[in-house]
Design a protein around this ligand. Structure first.
Ligand code: SDX
Length: 428
């Protein structure tokens, strides 16, 4: 293949380099487009055809349903690793040695206390506040208690900020839940693993001895691994663009939480369960909802279906579907919503509308069924997604800053009013 792309406009030819990634993906490098053509740009709403950066963190192949973190397949990591080790891999690029892993966990634990004044901020929220709004606010509030922004040229400074947010975020997430339930705010127990400790902070009761359930710990740890990164999705791109103005890490993460909240993105896991519950209440007639999803005049979409990149099965959905069946079985739970989900997927996967658009179950389709089995309430599902995605956001933010990426500032195609003169009120 030639390494030059030629663009011809009004008989004039412009050449642009063709660049190739390590997985043989091809991109046209148009960094000089505006300057060499006198102001011409490309138009690409939703950036469906645009690579915003070069990255070494995560590789996706949407056609083949491949997902790898720093070269390791999601299947292997979900099966053989644990969430904190995967967090280290995503952020620092290599699987940690035993010593590195133990130091990483210890350093995180040392930062896991949150300033008592943060509780006053939490107190200001009504119990009914959506936990994603609370979590985004509390994460942003951390900047008030850690005003010195990260000195990215210092590896040590960056490391300290990273372990600090990895230590405090699970506390904030658990407190967000407990606020909604009217429970006292608990700290965990540093003798426990990262995920086990989070579950203790969520569910421990002051008047009962807390006992971990290994099935629940393992299931959540696997879900956190599966959600840990996903290249340049909406919330990660948000974290990157906010960080590109040299706003701090915590402020960038707070913005990412807000982007993830949307029902077209991470908020879909909550919307899926609400949809499945509605179908159950409606007599389990999922064909009716398939028809609604296909009706262009009906705003209803089959939540948990479709993906911007995967035009094949989302590899994470495949793993989560199996895990859902195992967890329900291990916990002796018979959740009719799982059967509705499987029936709905079966019908949709054989329906021309979905097949012709390559719409498959995505990461959000089955995850809520597991969260529910773990005792996590629906409004907290997207908080679980954020807890999982935290290391990916950190890894991508760190990469963007270390590569000294320019401030994100896309152009536009102006289609508004051309110049016109002001008209006095009496003449309008
Ligand atoms: C996540 O990007 C990531 O990596 C995200 C994520 C991550 O890990 O970060 O994977 C997490 O966000 C997963 C997606 C969760 N969202 C949902 O499940 C919400 C339901 N799905 C969609 O709304 C939709 O599929 C998107 C938003 C996920 C993708 O939308 P695109 O790529 O912009 O596709 P589109 O809206 O242009 O749809 C193409 C066609 C359209 O029909 P036509 O105009 O061609 O006739 O497919 C139709 C759409 O109407 N379509 C759906 C549909 N999804 C797409 N029709 C019914 N139900 C759906 N779910």
């Amino acid at each position: 293949m030639s390494n030059i792309a030629i663009l011809e406009i009004d008989g004039k030819k412009y050449e642009f380099p063709i660049v190739k990634g390590t997985e043989n993906e091809i991109a046209i490098d148009i960094k000089t487009l505006r300057s060499v053509t006198g102001g011409i740009t490309t138009l690409d709403p939703g950036y469906k055809n645009t690579s915003s950066c070069e990255s070494e963190v995560t590789f996706l192949d949407g056609e083949k349903g491949i997902l790898r973190y720093r070269g390791y397949s999601i299947e292997e990591l979900a099966d053989k690793s644990d969430f904190l080790e995967v967090a280290y891999l995503l952020i620092f690029g290599e699987l940690p040695s035993k010593e590195q892993n133990e130091k990483f966990h210890r350093d995180i634990q040392k930062t896991a206390l949150v300033d008592e004044d943060v509780k006053k901020i939490l107190d200001g929220f009504p119990k009914t506040a959506h936990p994603m709004g609370v979590l985004s606010a509390l994460t942003s509030a951390l900047t008030a208690f850690n005003p010195k922004s990260v000195n990215v040229s210092s590896e040590e400074d960056m490391y300290k900020a990273i372990v600090k947010i990895l230590g405090k975020f699970p506390v904030l997430a658990a407190w967000t839940y407990r606020k909604g339930e009217g429970l006292p705010l608990e700290y965990g127990d540093n003798s426990l693993g990262y995920t086990e400790n989070f579950l203790k902070m969520m569910f421990a009761l002051p008047n009962e001895r807390y006992v971990s359930n290994p099935v629940i710990v393992e299931a959540l740890d696997k879900l956190l691994i599966l959600h840990a990164d996903h290249e340049q999705n909406c919330s990660t791109s948000t974290v990157r663009i906010v960080g590109s103005s040299h706003a701090g890490l915590f402020a960038s993460l707070s913005a990412g939480i807000s982007a993830l909240w949307g029902p077209l993105h991470g908020g879909a896991n909550q919307a899926v369960i609400e949809m499945l519950e509605a179908i159950k209440e409606d007599g389990g007639d999922y064909q009716k909802y398939i028809e609604k999803a296909k009706d262009k005049d009906d705003p209803f979409r089959l939540m948990g279906f479709g993906h911007r990149v995967y035009k094949n099965f989302d590899p994470r959905a495949k793993i989560i579907k199996v895990a859902a069946e195992e967890v329900l079985n291990d916990l002796g739970i018979d959740d009719p919503v799982l059967d509705i989900a499987k029936g709905l997927a079966e019908v949709a996967l054989n329906d021309e509308y979905f097949k012709s658009r390559n719409l498959y179950p995505n990461v959000d389709f089955y995850s809520g069924i597991i969260y529910r089995a773990l005792g996590i309430p629906t409004p907290m599902f997207t908080v679980m997604f954020a807890l999982g995605r935290l290391p990916g956001w950190i890894a991508q933010w760190r990469e963007m800053r270390l590569r000294k990426e320019p401030i994100g500032r896309p152009r536009q195609l102006y289609v508004g009013a051309t110049e016109r003169l002001f008209v006095k009120e009496e003449n309008r």
